[in-house]
Write a protein that binds this ligand. Structure first.
Ligand code: FAD
Length: 117
């Protein structure tokens, strides 16, 4: 129904925002433990994603493109790529991944003052 599709789109936008912002804040030089945490997070995100059809679809993408967790830039580029895989299958525009770092820079790094408003 229309309500289900609307909810799915809203959920998708919220989830992608969280997903890409998480990668944009991942360390440049992660420890082995940090990399393993991100890898587990991505797999659990897929497993628990609250749209069954989307989760099933995303699983085949993860099987084909395993998470890249060796650095911030690798994770951000990987996240952009898998989102584009979903975009492709939904016949949406392909996003230009070359500015991914700036696009999801939340300005919320440790020690950065929160902005007013
Ligand atoms: P979204 O795709 O939600 O993107 C939000 C914003 O992110 C865009 O406006 C753009 O600014 C930016 N963006 C776009 N592409 C990229 C990129 N490659 N990298 C970084 N930023 C980008 N919907 C279904 O109908 N069927 C599915 O099987 C399905 N599977 C999904 C699987 C996952 C894991 C997720 C998170 C969502 C899935 N969705 C699925 C939802 C779908 O991807 C969209 O979120 C939804 O259709 C709303 O699309 P949108 O056009 O508003 O933009």
């Amino acid at each position: 129904t229309a309500k289900v599709l609307f909810f799915r789109a809203e959920l998708g936008r919220a989830a992608w925002k969280l997903f890409h912002t998480t990668f944009a804040r991942f360390p440049d030089k992660p420890t082995a433990e940090e990399s393993s945490a991100l890898n587990a997070y991505i797999h659990l995100f897929q497993r628990l994603y609250p749209c069954g059809e989307c989760a099933g679809h995303f699983r085949t993408i993860l099987d084909k493109f395993p998470p890249q967790v060796s650095s911030r830039s690798a994770a951000a580029a990987w996240g952009c790529h898998v989102h584009n895989e979903v975009n492709k299958s939904l016949k949406k525009e392909i996003f230009d991944c070359s500015n991914i770092g700036d696009f999801y820079d939340c300005g919320c790094a440790d020690g950065e003052a929160p902005e007013e408003g």
